[in-house]
Design a binder for this molecule. Structure first.
Ligand code: ADP
Length: 606
């Protein structure tokens, strides 16, 4: 299972690389061209030194040089030095082409990964989202995918390029002078062990850097969503200090990682210098003894300094790779997670439902061992309006969550039209339910799109019909841009009552047989209340409704009242039936009606 899940991340990467294999091949060829041009680079200099300046006889392979030299040294110098420019141009063209291709592949990969992460995050169950912090998830979707881009494509090819360069140069160096090559080779074990030590430390540091970046992002998103609370309590300074402490930690981690990266590079430089010193010393002695030409030592030293370049590059890349490994782990961690609520293998598409809701001995806790619902059973007949009431925290919203299958009960069953809801596919089940919550979430887009969220292919006529029924049409038209007005984030440009009426229109247009209303009138002023109450009545007509409310008027109008206490249903029946009993319901009702006879009465906390 674990293996199968982990491979989802690899699959995305491999699929992507397979898709772009032609471009990858082209990039690899460019890299090869760049490497070969790099190997050629010091040779014109040797030719100038040995055969032009020092008058050695050119070998037969350079016979054309002998011909040019006969016309004088200057044409020969001009010709060979032109080769230097030519090689540089070739290197530039190859390197540019490689970078352009790999960048494109890299960005396409970020896009693919982001899409996969986003799609997957949306599918993960609410229990995951309640535990996860949104800021950290944001960093995973944006930051971590970006880090991966560098390594998987750009760096992977660069590493191959560096390794090819290394082998090519060593081959030529050994052919030129094996004893000097051995000196260079001797510095390698020192270099690699030092680098691999740093590599491990950088990886650990990068991991905690990423973690604290995630924490900071979470705090920012949390504060920005609750900025009105921060300001109302005058806690700006307090939040500033908390933020400073947290970003201080991020800062320290980042500095530490950067310092280690810098020391890795400096270490390579230091060892390079020692190696160069030894080669120049021994090489010059050999030139003095006539075992090498000055041109040979020029090629040798030039190769040697260039040899350390790929090694330095590899060190830098290994630091980047260790960061990328951390990011890959963080992304794989999400992708390997399975949604807790899934379609059963035998689940069928829910047909047009009538809307009979049955809870059968349902017990539930949120996984923390604290029982929330305890053996709850009730039936709501199709088209019946049931009011669910009781003090806060007794599990009313939990019942709505279970009906929507955000969670599955540990014991008992929930049936709709006689079928266990686990027997329906999730999408088709939720398609049959419309929801209006206490503080309706509206999206930061036009009013028209917010309403059409309930039915994506709704026509303008349907939208207007829904807003008219929801008592929203007139106030929408009075807005400057009418239906095209963009609602501020979390609906800030509209009043609570207006937002509720848009949410009701959104539910209306869905025309689902089952309605869940979670305290839709709470916190509204009297005027809005009248408009919302009317809109709700039109919405609820003919639907099976589960209405969570403390509103006495709504409760008296309901077909069925379910009074919940400590996770159990303690009383049930119609309002008049419950009033004839001298139970908890009647006590609550009389208490409340006595307290505020004139206004709509709330039973909360009674
Ligand atoms: P009500 O709607 O009646 O106010 P809820 O159904 O929201 O009550 O909550 C019932 C109990 O379940 C409360 O004790 C609450 O703390 C707990 N609860 C609600 N949501 C979660 C959750 N996502 N994780 C853990 N506990 C929760």
């Amino acid at each position: 299972m674990r293996q199968g899940r982990r491979s989802r991340f690899k699959q995305v990467v491999i699929n992507h690389l397979l898709q772009v294999k032609a471009s990858l091949l082209l990039a690899a060829l460019c890299m090869l061209g760049f490497t070969l041009a790099g190997l050629l680079a010091p040779w014109p200099l040797k030719i100038i030194f040995d055969y032009v300046l020092l008058d050695h006889r050119p070998p037969s392979s350079l016979s054309f040089l002998g011909d040019v030299l006969q016309r004088g040294k200057f044409p020969a110098l001009a010709l060979v030095s032109l080769a230097i420019v030519l090689i540089a141009v070739l290197k530039g063209v190859f390197s540019y082409a490689q970078l352009a291709i790999t960048s494109r592949i890299g960005y396409q990969m970020v896009y693919a990964l982001r899409r996969e992460l986003f799609v997957h995050l949306q599918r993960l169950s609410l229990s995951f989202h309640h535990r996860a912090r949104s800021g950290d998830l944001l960093i995973k979707v944006t930051g971590d995918t970006n880090t991966l881009k560098d390594v998987f494509v750009e760096s992977a090819l660069t590493v191959v390029g560096y390794l090819l360069t290394l082998f090519g140069m060593f081959a030529v160096m050994f052919a030129l002078n094996w004893s000097l090559s051995l000196i260079v080779l001797a510095t390698f074990p020192v270099l690699f062990s030092a680098l691999s030590y740093l590599y491990r430390k950088i990886k650990a540091s990068a991991k905690s850097q990423r973690r604290s970046e995630g924490r900071s992002a979470s705090r920012i998103s949390e504060i920005l969503t609750a900025v009105s609370v921060v300001q109302a309590f005058g806690r700006e300074r307090y939040e500033e200090e908390r933020f400073e402490t947290e970003s201080g930690q991020t800062l320290e981690e980042s500095i530490r990682t950067a310092r280690m990266e810098a020391s890795a590079t400096r270490l390579v430089e230091l060892i390079t210098a020692v190696g160069t010193w030894a080669v120049i010393l021994v090489g010059s002695l050999q030139v003095l003894k006539g075992r090498m030409t000055p041109g040979d030592i020029l090629v040798f030293v030039s190769y040697q300094t260039n040899l350390y370049k790929p090694i330095r590059g590899l060190a830098r890349l290994s630091a980047r790779a260790s960061k990328a490994m951390v990011s890959a782990e963080r992304i794989a961690e999400i992708l390997e997670m399975e949604p807790e609520i899934q379609d059963d293998a035998q689940a069928v598409h829910a047909p047009g439902l009538k809307g009979e809701i049955v809870f059968e001995h349902v017990s539930f806790d949120y996984g923390n061992g604290k029982s929330v619902l305890n053996d709850v059973s009730f039936t709501i007949a199709p088209g019946q309006q049931a009011a669910l009431m009781g003090p806060s925290g007794v599990g009313k919203s939990t019942i709505a969550n279970l009906l929507l299958r955000f969670y599955d009960p540990q014991e008992g069953r929930i049936l709709i039209d006689g079928t266990d809801i686990r027997g329906y596919t999730l999408a088709s089940l939720r398609e049959q339910i419309a929801v209006v919550l206490q503080e309706s979430v509206l999206f930061c887009t036009t009013i028209r799109e917010n309403i059409a969220y309930g039915k994506l292919d709704a026509t303008m006529e349907e939208i207007i019909a829904a807003t008219q029924a929801a008592n929203a049409h007139d106030f929408i038209l009075a807005l400057e841009h009418g239906y095209d007005t963009v609602i501020g984030e979390r609906g800030d440009t509209l009043s609570g009552g207006q937002r509720q009426r848009i949410a009701i229109a959104r539910a209306l247009i869905r025309n689902a047989p089952i309605l869940i209303l979670d305290e839709p009138m709470r916190g509204l002023d009297v005027e809005s209340e009248v408009a919302v109450r009317e809109a709700l009545k039109r919405l609820m007509a003919g639907k099976t409704c589960l209405l969570i409310t403390h509103d006495l008027q709504a409760v008296t109008e309901a077909d069925l009242v379910l009074l919940l206490d400590e996770g159990r249903i303690v009383e049930r029946g119609g309002h008049s039936e419950l009033m004839t009993r001298s139970g908890q319901y009647r006590q609550l009702y009389e208490l409340k009606i006595g307290q505020s006879p004139a206004r709509t009465i709330s039973m909360e906390e009674a």
